[in-house]
Design a protein around this ligand. Structure first.
Ligand code: ZN
Length: 236
């Protein structure tokens, strides 16, 4: 079972990736908006291996001196430090910048984050994987964003999922969230940008909307752990 995000090009949506920093944000707004609404309207399948798997996992952020100014955002069900080691073969001395605590539906959380940051997404042709038949030759989960924006986007969707927005039985968004999603569709919400605006029509506004008091809400225990030297996860 391949539970981790491994950036295989075949699993991605290359036509939606921005491979050039010349891309302005605005043409992406509609694409991102529609993609987020589509992902949020899905029924969570019981299949534990699909992109909307119920598996709990960690969202991690990596940075490498080889790719300055960018962060790699992925998901793993295992130890994020082990995941970092796996990426070390491609990016020597790659660093674990931060990771979330365990979040439900982690794969979907990762997809939501990747989608909101689509306009800032890049792929990198990997010199280490070049010529390898077994591995993807390019890695597509690099984002040209500030640490602040990446962290805010990651923790925002992770906490949102921690608030248990999906109904357990129907595996669909609860009625309250579906109503909010309807507004998101009508208002053409804007994705995350470098100047982080909390206005009426941003996805931040959507995720930050107050939770219903009578529903289960575990968002309070979801946190982002920043890594400093000696602060690697689960170290012995
Ligand atoms: Zn590689």
């Amino acid at each position: 079972m391949q539970a981790d995000s491994d950036s295989d090009a075949e699993n991605e949506e290359p036509d939606r990736c921005a491979f050039s920093n010349e891309q302005a944000l605005y043409p992406w707004t509609t694409i991102i908006n529609n993609a987020l609404v589509e992902k949020l309207e899905q029924k969570l399948p019981r299949n534990p291996r699909g992109p909307t798997s119920e598996m709990a996992g960690y969202i991690y952020l990596l940075k490498s001196h080889r790719i300055a100014g960018m962060l790699k955002i992925g998901v793993t069900t295992k130890n994020p430090a082990v995941r970092r080691e796996q990426w070390d073969r491609c990016y020597p001395s790659i660093q674990l910048h931060a990771y979330t605590s365990l979040v439900p539906h982690a794969r979907l959380v990762e997809h939501l984050i990747h989608t909101e940051l689509l306009a800032q997404r890049y792929k990198e042709d990997c010199s280490s994987c070049k010529g390898s038949k077994a591995r993807a030759r390019s890695h597509t989960e690099w984002f040209k964003v500030t640490e602040s924006l990446a962290e805010q986007t990651v923790i925002r969707w992770a906490k949102w999922m921690g608030s248990r927005p999906f109904h357990t039985d129907t595996r669909m968004l609860s009625l309250a969230w579906r109503n909010r999603l309807h507004k998101a569709r009508e208002n053409a919400y804007r994705p995350a940008v470098d100047h982080f605006l909390s206005t009426e029509n941003t996805w931040q506004h959507f995720t930050d909307m107050p939770r219903s008091k009578d529903a289960r809400d575990d968002s309070g225990v979801v946190e982002l752990i920043r890594c400093t030297v000696g602060n690697s996860p689960f170290s012995a």
